[in-house]
Design a protein around this ligand. Structure first.
Ligand code: ADP
Ligand code: MG
Length: 256
């Protein structure tokens, strides 16, 4: 029998503590604390400019922070230390992210996009990575697009390929930043379905979305942020259905 090792943060999967981050003198994240448990699906909502994308980018090690620490599975991996940001890449690699705008490599086929990082970075053999990629594409209903190039795909297909590419690296947490916001309305559902499918397999995730139907359906927890601070954090029934804070209420009246 295997027993999960004890973790410094109790049962937390991800723990953000005292996070402050700014671009130059302008502070964007003004002290954020989040504790996420394994299997949780956190939907992050809030007005444009509140710092949602910045928070996700920080978690991916893409930004310098001024204060605080982030641990994953009990291991600190992003730490502000005397004005420098220390990143433990080994831990960071356990997190995958998909962005609003398709970030596929245009000169590579769908298969090429999926196997690039596993082969080049993780040193996996081409045949093994290709086999995994084909199986994954089949699961996502994209088998017929294996040899297509990004320019030949619909927006919904591009985002599904972007999700598949992230999954190739076997992430233990997925971050989705408004992945359907740039899509034509009729293409939104196919992408949301793929994310719901991942949720059904208990993939922990943090999702930024303005689609409140999707938020309600996928969230095990909702965080409302505004101007770099967390205003409200709780179960979807509470935060979306009966918010405690006036600012959450005002925001929801505008988006619903
Ligand atoms: P959200 O995703 O919630 O809309 P962002 O995280 O994108 O918010 O942005 C938060 C704030 O940080 C905004 O005021 C934005 O203008 C600012 N910001 C974002 N990226 C940069 C950057 N690269 N340089 C300077 N300011 C930025
Ligand atoms: Mg954003």
């Amino acid at each position: 029998m295997t027993v999960a090792p004890a973790q410094g943060d109790g049962s937390a999967l991800l723990c953000v503590k005292g996070l402050r981050m700014g671009y130059g003198p302008v502070e964007v994240l003004k002290g954020m604390d989040i504790e996420m448990k394994p299997g949780e699906r956190v939907v992050l909502i809030g007005p444009s400019g509140s710092g949602k994308s910045t928070l996700l980018r920080v978690m991916m090690g893409l930004e310098q922070i001024q204060h605080g620490q982030i641990t994953f599975g009990g291991d600190p991996y992003i730490t502000a230390d005397k004005g420098k940001t220390k990143i433990d890449i080994g831990v960071r690699k356990k997190i995958g992210m998909v962005f609003q705008h398709y970030t596929l490599f245009p000169h590579l086929s769908v298969l090429g996009n999926l196997i690039l990082a596993p082969c080049k970075v993780a040193g996996e053999s081409r045949s093994s990575a290709s086999e995994r990629a084909r199986a994954l594409l089949e699961r996502l209903g994209l088998s017929h697009r294996v040899d297509a190039y990004p320019a030949q795909l619909s927006g919904g297909q591009k985002q599904r390929v972007a999700i598949a590419r992230a999954l190739m690296l076997d992430p233990k947490l997925m971050l989705f930043d408004e992945v359907t916001s740039a899509l034509d309305p009729e293409l939104v559902a196919e992408v949301e379905q793929v994310i719901l499918q991942l949720a059904a397999q208990n993939m922990p995730m943090m999702i930024v979305t303005h689609d409140m139907w999707f938020a309600k359906n996928i969230a095990s927890r909702v965080i409302f942020a505004a101007e770099g601070r967390i205003i409200e954090d709780g179960p979807p029934e509470q935060v979306l259905g009966n918010p405690r804070e006036e600012r959450t209420r005002e925001f929801l009246e505008r988006v619903f």
